[in-house]
Design a protein around this ligand. Structure first.
Ligand code: PEP
Ligand code: MN
Length: 350
């Protein structure tokens, strides 16, 4: 790849001419419009292609060849943080965004109650699995498309965008028809067909780190999505497999500063799948905020003991409300905003 840095005042026509020049030569230009200048990453499969002509086009400031595997995700390509916008929520900006909901969408009443509680407490995005990656083939596999319908309707009723997992390239279109954010689960982080498929979609992607993937491998997985033309990627650390057995996975808090130093993409943490036990979730959530994450994704259930999946790690409603209340003052001390409770959704006004 090479990085074409345009001059600060380069015109739309000059940028367009560079894009056309590349396209006519079978090069794939990926523009990134910053506040000061536009930078264009140019992907070329053939390393012998002569790229020198680009440097002399009007408006071009500099052409830098890059050889590393990390390109579009890197800070060298784009130094400004990427902010992912979804339904009025900005992930990667000053707000610490809380995504919450049940592990699985189970019934209409269950997801509606969750949506209301998430919104009431200041959660900004509703999660809920409809296609579930279960370790055992005999465990509940999710409600499928019906789950997507219930999730979207529940989110809409309280004004929350939704995030849900897509497990197969063939299902990307269906899931994208309902959900606002497409989740790639930990087990699929290196499913390159799936990554390429969500790269072609114009909806944000939440990419979870695998149980056994390094940060570099996670970033390269994200590179597939960006190279496919979708720059709206949120990375998620959800605990990795270590020798420790007292928690389900070990939350790698260091992933936050490491990723931030290498990439412009927003990073959230998932304390629920890391802890595996609800009593440890609040501490890890607070650590996520303190470490500089852009948000968290938390599992919550009206009756955790009866959940079809991940009940042991799911907060109950009062637990979630208490967590939200504990995040606010810490966020304020750190200059991160945590959304306020919504009186329109609290019990009294129901
Ligand atoms: C989930 O979010 O419910 C989930 C299955 O997560 P992970 O892919 O991180 O295990
Ligand atoms: Mn889960």
């Amino acid at each position: 790849m090479m990085i074409v840095t345009m001059q600060p005042g380069a015109s739309v026509a000059q940028i367009g001419a560079v894009l056309r020049h590349c396209q006519e030569r079978d090069l794939r230009p990926v523009p990134s419009h910053g506040t000061e200048r536009t930078v264009i990453g140019v992907i070329h499969a053939d390393q012998r292609t002569d790229l020198s002509a680009v440097a002399s086009l009007p408006g071009v400031d500099q052409v830098t060849p890059v050889s590393a595997a990390l390109q579009l995700v890197s800070r060298e390509f784009r130094d400004e943080p990427t902010v992912v916008h979804v339904g009025g929520v900005a992930i990667g900006g000053p707000e610490f965004v809380v995504m919450a909901g049940p592990c699985s969408v189970e019934t209409e009443a269950q997801i509606n109650a969750c949506a209301r509680q998430v919104g009431a407490c200041g959660g900004r995005i509703l999660r809920g699995g409809a296609y579930k990656p279960r370790t055992s083939p005999y465990s509940f596999q999710g409600l499928g498309e019906e789950g997507l319908q219930l999730l979207t309707a529940a989110g809409r009723a309280v004004g929350l965008p939704t995030v849900t997992e897509v497990m197969h390239p063939d299902l990307v279109e269906t899931v994208a028809r309902y959900a606002d954010i497409l989740q790639i689960g930990a087990r699929n982080v290196q499913n390159y067909a799936l990554l390429s498929a969500v790269g072609r979609v114009r909806k944000p992607v939440l990419l979870k780190r695998g149980l056994m993937t390094t940060i570099e491998e996670l970033l390269m997985a994200a590179e597939y999505i960006l190279a496919g033309g979708n720059g709206q990627v949120i990375l998620c650390e959800r605990g990795i497999r270590t020798f420790e057995t007292s928690v389900r996975n070990t939350l790698d808090v260091s992933a936050v500063p490491v990723i931030k130093s290498q990439s412009h993409l927003p990073v959230i943490l998932d304390p629920s799948h890391a802890a595996g036990k609800r009593e440890f979730v609040p501490a890890l959530a607070l650590a996520s905020l303190a470490a500089g994450a852009d948000g968290i994704m938390v599992e919550m259930h009206p009756v955790p003991e009866e959940a079809y999946s991940d009940g042991r790690q799911s907060l109950d409603f009062p637990g979630f409300a208490a967590l939200m209340d504990s995040l606010r003052p810490v966020g304020a001390a750190l200059g991160r905003h945590v959304a306020a409770v919504r009186p329109d959704l609290t019990e009294a006004s129901a």
